[in-house]
Design a protein around this ligand. Structure first.
Ligand code: FES
Ligand SMILES: [Fe+2]
Length: 424
């Protein structure tokens, strides 16, 4: 992170701590309609537009370590097969044979020199080209070159493999925008996959995710873990294009007992290039739509939230860390290799099922968000834009009140800083 950006963040931390009200230029946030968590119409719109158009983190390159290594990935609802090619790249295809639609693979992972459909034996290479069919003499004018596996867009940031079902989407780098620059010092290209686990939660996926998009809750639900670790009054949220956001919150005691209590088995090795902010603050990103990761010198641990029906979440917890040598692989998010969630996540997920039940009751009308929860509102604005506001029933929309003046690098707080700090 550049010096100027670090200075701006330090200034904004002082500003946040000193302010007596939301920034003068910050809009009042209208309530988020309750139906966005419970109405099947909104759920269907998410399926079509959010999961169909956004870049989605699918696998880590370490899971595709050799030519022919594959992963079957179905988190976004459509069956996708990711394969490492002989040239070292990664291809993604629909796991759909172009003969009669049988799956090319049925295992979650494995290695195949060629991709042969089990049903009638059509054989494809790692670029999806149909090489051979059984009994070709029985087909009339079958042009093999027109029957390749159907590709899904697939791009890498370091060793993080993202997919996108939308041909018209921007490149992954354009999608990430300035976040890609912030991430350079974290060595996404070198860190190794250390742990990956899945948990089922009984709530809408956004309910689960939103617990990781604000620090307003930390003194209440994390009193002895991250609540004791962070100076939440100095938290600085930054909003980016495409619905992404960052929080930077200074730590009170970076490696104190609260940290040890919060996380499962934190890494000991360090990413030496991580700068001052990553080492002294919680520097966490939420990438639209469903990736949340507090990144630090200890590693990159994404939390991923996938819908498993309207009121169920498939919660994936990942630890990607600098080389740990002979030590046990670090696992930030679980205890006993996936037996339970680490303490901080038990706290974050504690109310999910309760919230879902209330949201489905007639006692729940909508969500009034504070300035401190602006990342959630910003996310919702992007959700409606990617869906297309006109496609959404009026009563389920959010108003687009946070304007481009709040999108990085714009920041009206910087104009107000002197005034607020002088009043201190
Ligand atoms: S469905 Fe794949 S070969 Fe027939
Ligand atoms: Fe939390």
């Amino acid at each position: 992170m550049e010096r100027r950006e670090i200075e701006n963040l330090r200034t904004l931390m002082a500003y946040e701590k000193a302010r007596k009200a939301p920034p003068a230029a910050f809009p009042k946030l209208p309530d988020i309609p309750a139906g966005r968590y419970t109405d099947p119409r909104y759920f269907e719109l998410e399926k079509k537009h959010i999961w169909g158009k956004a870049w989605l983190f699918a696998v880590h390159l370490d899971e595709l370590s050799e030519a022919g290594s594959f992963r079957l990935w179905e988190n976004a609802g459509q069956p996708v097969l990711l394969v490492r090619t002989r040239a070292g790249g990664v291809n993604a295809f629909f796991n759909t044979c172009q003969h009669r639609g049988a799956p090319i693979v049925t295992e979650t992972s494995g290695r195949r020199p060629l991709l042969t459909c089990k049903y009638h034996g059509w054989t494809y290479d790692h670029d999806g080209r149909l090489l051979a069919v059984k009994s070709p003499e029985d087909f009339q004018d079958l042009d093999l070159s027109c029957r390749s596996l159907v590709k899904v867009r697939c791009e890498l940031f370091g060793k993080f493999v993202f997919v996108n079902f939308d041909e018209a989407a921007p490149s992954l780098l354009d999608w990430l925008g300035p976040i890609a620059d912030d991430w350079q010092e974290f060595q996404f290209n070198r860190c190794r996959l250390a742990a990956r686990h899945v948990f089922d939660l009984d709530c809408n996926w956004k309910v689960a995710m939103e617990a990781n998009m604000e620090v307003y809750h930390i003194k209440n639900i994390h009193p002895t873990t991250v609540g004791a670790m962070l100076d939440d009054r100095q938290n600085v949220n930054t909003l980016y294009a495409n619905g992404h956001a960052r929080m930077v919150c200074p730590k009170l005691e970076p490696d104190g007992p609260a940290r040890a209590l919060a996380y499962g088995a934190p890494a000991r090795a360090e990413i030496e290039t991580v700068g001052e902010i990553g080492r002294t603050c919680t520097q966490s990103y939420n990438l639209f739509p469903n990736f949340v990761a507090p990144i630090s010198q200890y590693g990159i641990p994404p939390l991923m939230f996938w819908p498993n029906g309207i009121n169920k979440t498939r919660f994936e917890v990942w630890t990607v860390a600098p080389d740990w040598g002979d030590a046990p692989a670090p696992d930030m998010w679980t205890v006993n290799n996936g037996e339970t969630l680490a303490q901080v996540l038990l706290e974050d997920t504690e109310f999910g099922a309760w919230i879902q039940k209330s949201m489905e009751s007639s006692g729940f009308r909508g969500v009034p968000l504070s300035y401190q929860e602006a990342r959630i509102y910003h996310w919702n604005q992007m959700a409606d834009r990617i869906i297309g506001v006109d496609n959404i029933p009026q009563e389920l929309r959010v108003e687009q009140v946070i304007g481009s003046e709040w999108i990085y690098p714009n920041d009206p707080r910087l104009a107000e800083v002197g005034q607020v700090l002088a009043a201190e």
